[in-house]
Ligand binder design. Structure first.
Ligand code: ATP
Ligand code: MG
Length: 396
């Protein structure tokens, strides 16, 4: 056990009475995420998750990367455990961090002592270890105010741990503590970011994609499944529901006034998504809508599309600029896939002059020739359900 990970809990620490439940969820999530990388022991003590490789077969680097994507963790570090005495701590630092220290111009030691039985205060530990390190590394200056490198010593219940600077974690709340929601996932930039943002709040994600074969190709479907796979790096495995949307779109084209095409289509999407959501225990829908971005994203348009559902519609991007959305898209690794040029079903049958200030009355009138409920039932019955996990092969 030469190296383990320590991960600090984020907002969970503030959760009072629910803290135990949150911690249990996080521990389960970490255990599941570590499984593809070998045998790891995972436990939580003193608001810290310990991830301990159990044998030499474990893929420690793979596990380390995966740990950066686990919600509920604010920061994480790789560290070396050692006995709780000054000689052992000093030797562990020399072995484990000595080279990093030599590369810096200046350093300090910062200590934390959560084992209050340990006979020295944190300040005394830092001074003693700092003094020894300064002697061993005469070319690296001690600078307690603005050091280039900080050596951390944590004296905890089971052992002492030494490490360099921690890295930022994924933040948010552990997946599963906030229920489940159904994301309407298109092949664009926005909806995968929307799914990620709600997942970050502890919500398990399921997705639905409306697929208009042959107007949109198999490649467009693979692109959506690949985007879902990218989101699972953070959200954990998910189900993607593929709804055949072609017949509905053709019926709209043949029976409704053109200026309402997009709005009618979006009302179908919402209602079908809600049916699937309720069947699977999802308490909300998620979309990548963004105020003013396109004709169907005005307040009036959102009113008529939202009117067909009675569960909340989360639109985490509603007030963001495109640049901000793109930054997150890049950060989660979705952007390069999102910009691949395959068409989306929204671009089939797009009206030349879409209605931007519709009313519910107008929509009901425009849809009057359609047997909406029968069309919705059929779409729900013929849905294709695909399980997506991050460790699946990339789809494109
Ligand atoms: P995105 O970048 O997510 O495609 P967009 O800016 O292109 O969004 P729209 O095409 O108006 O905006 O779609 C708004 C939202 O509707 C999308 O973010 C997504 O949640 C949902 N949506 C659109 N098309 C589909 C589809 N084919 N399947 C599932 N959801 C869709
Ligand atoms: Mg789109």
């Amino acid at each position: 056990m030469n190296e383990i990970f320590l991960m600090k809990l984020g907002e969970i620490v503030l959760k009072g009475a629910n803290k135990r439940q949150f911690e249990n969820k996080l521990r389960q999530n970490v255990r599941r995420r570590m499984r593809p990388f070998g045998n790891f022991d995972v436990y939580i003590m003193q608001s810290t998750v310990y991830v301990v490789p159990e044998d030499d077969m474990a893929d420690v680097d793979g596990a380390w990367e995966a740990c950066h994507c686990i919600f509920g963790v604010v920061s994480l570090c790789r560290c070396r455990p050692c006995e709780k005495n000054l000689d052992a701590i000093f030797n562990a630092i020399e072995e484990y961090l000595g080279e990093d220290l030599d590369c810096a111009k200046s350093f300090k030691v910062e200590s934390k002592r959560s084992d209050k039985q340990f006979p020295m205060t944190s300040i005394a530990i830092s001074q003693e270890i700092g003094g020894r390190l300064a002697e061993a590394h005469p070319n690296v200056e001690v600078d307690v105010h603005n050091p280039e490198y900080t050596v951390y010593v944590e004296v905890r219940d089971l052992a002492a741990y030494v490490h360099g600077p921690a890295e930022p974690g994924a933040g948010g709340l552990p997946t599963g503590v906030g229920g489940r929601a159904m994301c309407l996932l298109s092949g664009g930039i926005d909806s995968p970011v929307a799914a990620y943002m709600i997942a970050k709040r502890g919500v398990e994600i399921e997705c639905v994609h409306f697929f208009s074969y042959p107007y949109t190709s198999q490649l467009a479907k693979d692109k959506v499944l690949e985007l879902a796979r990218i989101v699972t790096k953070y959200s954990g495995r998910m189900t993607v529901n593929i709804v055949s949307f072609t017949q509905i779109q053709e019926a709209i084209r043949d029976n409704c006034p053109e200026e309402y095409f997009t709005l009618i289509m979006r009302r179908f999407m919402m209602e079908i998504a809600q049916k699937l959501a309720k069947n699977d225990g999802c308490g909300a829908l998620i979309t990548g809508e963004n105020l003013g971005q396109v004709a169907s994203q005005t307040m009036e348009a959102m009113t008529v599309t939202g009117a067909v559902v009675d569960i909340p519609i989360f639109m985490p991007l509603v007030g963001m600029d495109k640049e901000e959305i793109v930054t997150i898209s890049r950060k989660i690794g979705a952007f390069e896939t999102s910009i691949l040029p395959y068409e989306d079903c929204c671009t089939v049958f797009t009206p030349k002059h879409p209605k931007t200030k519709p009313t519910i009355g107008q929509l009901l009138h425009a849809e009057a020739k359609l047997d909406r409920q029968a069309m919705i039932e059929k779409a729900v019955e013929t849905v294709e359900r695909i399980q997506v996990r991050y460790h699946d092969e990339p789809r494109i």
